[in-house]
Design a protein around this ligand. Sequence first.
Ligand SMILES: [Zn+2]
Length: 144
Amino acid sequence: MRQNKGKTKRVPTIFDIINLREKDILNTIRKFSKNPNRCPYCGSTKVVKFGKLRTDDIKIQRYYCKECHRTFNELSGTPLEGVHSIKNALLVAYFKLELKCSDYAISKALDIPYPTVRYLSNKINNNTKFFKSLLVLIRSATSL
Ligand SMILES: [Zn+2]
């Protein structure tokens, strides 16, 4: 079989993703989302670091806009904004985009409530390119 010129895009296996920590995924996301130097609400560049949001495994950088006085975080404005578990989002993306599973099958396979799968599935539909790139990046981050 002939390979494409340039880089070969590989996708992760389920084991690659299952073994990942949220922290690893966040670090991968950071590689292609630069630190925000602009407020997503008003576009001002007067933003400063403003503590961190903590979950069990990860710390998400928060920012404060000195212009409009709103806060946001490093996932604001990305398709992962508002997502509770980045890992679940990635798992749903994998089952949906790579394995072509239905939302119902994904809900059963991963034991994630159907409404949550629907919510993530909609995000993935609207940002297919982002999630495909994320899966490719995860693969390159996990294969040594
Ligand atoms: Zn602002």
